[in-house]
Write a protein that binds this ligand. Sequence first.
Ligand code: ADP
Ligand code: MG
Length: 670
Amino acid sequence: KESIMDGVNYNAEMPSENPDDSIAKTAFHKLQEERKTLPIYPYREELLRAVQTHQVIVIVGETGSGKTTQIPQYLHEAGYTKRGQVGCTQPRRVAAMSVAARVSQEMGVKLGHEVGYSIRFEDCTSEKTIMKYMTDGMLLREFLSEPDLASYSVIMVDEAHERTLSTDILFGLVKDICRFRKDLKLLISSATLDALKFSDYFDSAPIFTIPGRRYPVEIHYTTAPEADYIDAAIVTVLQIHVTQPPGDILVFLTGQEEIETVDEILKHRTRGLGTKIAELIICPIYANLPTELQAKIFEPTPEGARKVVLATNIAETSLTIDGIKYVVDPGFCKIKSFNPRTGMESLLVNPISRASARQRAGRSGRTGPGKCFRLYTAYNFQNDLDENTVPEIQRTNLANVVLTLKSLGINDLVNFDFMDPPPSEALLKALEQLYALNALNSRGELTKTGRRMAEFPLDPMLSKMIVASEKYKCSEEVISIASMLSVGNSIFYRPKDKQVHADNAKMNFHTGNVGDHIALLNVYHVYNSWKETNYSTQWCYENYIQVRSMKRGRDIRDQLEGLLERVEIEPTSNLSDLDAVKKAITSGFFHHSAKLQKTGAYKTVKNPQTVLPRWVIYHELVLTTKEYMRQVTELKPEWLIEIAPHFYQLKDVEDAATKKLPRGKGMAAD
Ligand code: ADP
Ligand code: MG
């Protein structure tokens, strides 16, 4: 037994069969010393006393003060894990994984044993797990199987300031549980100072503040607005690199694509400079970055070199990266928004809020004085940015949470205890959509279909498509498609120097002009045919398919298969009748139908001269500078009437000479 915290008898097992035992031991002790240097450490006892005295507390502390990694450990050391698990929610998958990995290291245990994480489609926990990091969405789903969260002794809703949709719903649910489970401790932790709002909501819960160590940050603005913030960011990074004293750089970008672009350009430009400049180590971090590469951002920068971290919003508060001295803030992030009138959701690049800008700047002043380069003007900051980001619940499609709440037996959504209620049109739209999907009946009650849909951790349209596959006897195909769609947009890759080859390879899966959904099915099908020989990596390479995405798709599919069994849908295959598969897809996605005119935007390979408007179903609509549909499959318009007669009428789908569309239903993409 090792005693590593003052006055705490801690019994983590030391790595013992390791030949490098003494090295491991030294590293372990070094971590313990590091833990004691965190700003939260002096408040350990006081915090534990507060938890003992109060059922709910709100904790505020600067990013990097040790809230996420230390508080669950303190609670464990104080014995809370003897009564149940300590659960800690994170808005982001990467944060949940990364923090769990760190805490398992600090405790000297294997990840997935005492310390684990749970994110959608990936459960890295075991019987042994007593400290569990998870996404807020996963905890929400746990309510379905355990409405009183009986297996937990403490719930820490972390990063509360992010106000994600799931976090906001969790607030209402955990607040309710606290009324009848007096033994449950609830911690709400936030990086920003607006803790009063949380405290008010939780019946005046006490606020525990961890004073941060903050060094001054010098803010630099541009004198004129930047036309191209990507280019400006690159130039700024290079300028910092050649003119500023040592210290790492953190650049905030809006997504994977931007990060890859900047990564590439920076590599190219620094290569040109050769040995004239110090080494610049480029570390990207975003949600879909493979786990192996995520750890790279935490590796210490070698002497003489400089690290530049290209991050999404994830580095704003969720992940703390040590050694950052310079922040480059272009002032943008991707924000989801939903138009309740049209029912359309979009993910658009938007200016950040002033609160975000302050958080970002703060990342440079954690370990010493820092500098923040804002790629916008002081005037922009003062006059054009909003003070705070609008909570997600007020700008998103609510169909998924409404379905979850209904399956929890919460019928009266209007009177649900929301911290900030969603717009009533958005609630109404969600109810309408679920009704159209036959998940709710006309009284707004959950139907059998709805109950089955709720079992799937997917958007209602996807789960409906799966449930509908029973009728069309093609559940095997449909879960393959659903898992390929859930992997995201990363099945195919298209290297810049081999685009033609990549496109040709992709076209092979479209033979017969089957549409994107069936093409994905074809990909999975061939991939799976290599099952006996351990899934051919060679085949993936030759066909420009990402091995990792396929592996993930396979994992997801296994889980969906298990869920099929749970809702008692027979695994059936109907490969000879692709129309059946498409009808199942249509059953879920009939809201996403579009009538395409013959334009350059949509050209079929087989009948390029066809003049008839075609009907398609799409998986999602992406709004960038233009609107485009992602994953498109042609369908017969009469299916819409066959499958969703309550939604489409004959006049809606008849090919009239006019381009008029069914009002408020479907959309045109001409
Ligand atoms: P907070 O939640 O208050 O923002 P954290 O508990 O996340 O703070 O971070 C405390 C310390 O742990 C920081 O110094 C950070 O650098 C370190 N840390 C957190 N996660 C990791 C990780 N995955 N790898 C290395 N260090 C980490
Ligand atoms: Mg944290």
